[in-house]
Unconditional design. Sequence first.
Length: 199
Amino acid sequence: MSDNTVIHHYKVTKADREHLHKHKSYLLWFTGLSGSGKSTIANLVEVELNRLGVSTYVLDGDNIRNGINKDLSFAPEDRTENIRRIAEVGNLMVNAGVVTLAAFVSPYIKDRANIKTIVGAENFIEIYVNTSLEECERRDVKGLYKKARAGEIQNMTGISAPYEAPIHADIEIITDHQPIETSVKSILDVIIEKLKIEA
């Protein structure tokens, strides 16, 4: 931070914004291998929250990697910076009173711990979309695993780069043999109670 930067304290608070939205705000962080279903599940959770009148926004590779983080590669140090920037954006969204759903592989435990530090543990819900590598490869929605196995993609998580699974995720869903509707309901059951939606 520059020595000339001064933090301005605005009169409208996060609590004021949550009151306006009629619910609490959180950063819901979906982590898991590529192809685990993170974005699909986050999208369906958002649909249901929207139906309940909850203010939401989804952050994922499409609107982050093609915009604010388009200058970053998939090398380990850039992956860390990618997640740090997303956490900072998520923090602003949560302070705006919006339930923010972030769907990213985010393979390193230390990076996910840093997200919690940035947004505050009380505002962070880690959701582990636990899908086996075998199942993700079977799905291979984007054809990434096939390319990685052929050596066409470097630093592919699960193949040539590690994935460090959460040890104590707030929510864990195992998707290999579970209908997507069940996964979505499991998440909503926890989130809706935390939101304290006002009538």
